[in-house]
Write a protein of this length. Sequence first.
Length: 299
Amino acid sequence: MTQTGPGRKPSAHGSFSVLYDLVLQAQKNVAKVFVLFWLFTVDDAATFVAPNTIFGLCSALSAPVLVAPQDDITSIFLRLPHVVFFNWSNLLIFDLANQRLPESAREDALNKPWRPVPSGLMTSAQVRRAMLFCIPAVLAVNYVSGVGAETSLLLVLTWLYNDLMGGDENWIVRNAIIASAFWMYNTGSTKVACSSLHGQTALITEKGALWTTIISGVIFTTMHVQDLKDQEGDCARGRRLAPLVLGDLTARWTIAVPEDLGALGFMDSSTLYATSRTPPHTHLISCDRDISAGGESSQ
């Protein structure tokens, strides 16, 4: 005889149905979070994640010239997801910190209205709460991967750039912060590509440090190429960036001249590039394309 009324016990089928609905809802919520996180980083993935991941893999393949110890090709490429995660997770923290600011939301409403805050998908307060979880999580995971120091310094640079307005008041300071960040991204990518979770931590050689510094030098002298398309939003926000301070034409010349001088320097240092097997022209090709197109905006 089947029980009825308030005292009826739930059937096994009913319990399974409730559990299934809970799991399905959890999956939808997780998927929504990852979609939102991707929307925060999609504009910068090609600028940060892709080139820094390639740099790390190529540097690891060059071992023992740029990094030690040397490892086989299969092991290096199996670490590709870890390298991508290091770059993307740190980029996520930067973009959350950057896009949560009210002035950033106003600028994005003009330049990038599809981003989560100006489009209304998230509020600045919700982004701040997400950072309370994401920062310790990203730091912990990358510490286990052997790049806790690089991640910690990237968090400091993120603070300098966003909360202390290092990316707004002086374009030279802005370029210096971004160039330093690229140094950390490239060094960390190399270490992750050449290290195992239970093995020896990779060490950057003297040539590896020099090569990474040269790349950061290129970034320092050309990074304001990204500001060429953002002038309307930057002006509305009151940022003192190169195209607004120097003028559009002068800003383009300050990118083109160092780029050409840097290309001559790369050719003079052909011995290092031949032995390292790391393509020296990766970032220069990107800058050439951006100057001719009028600049590809990031932040």
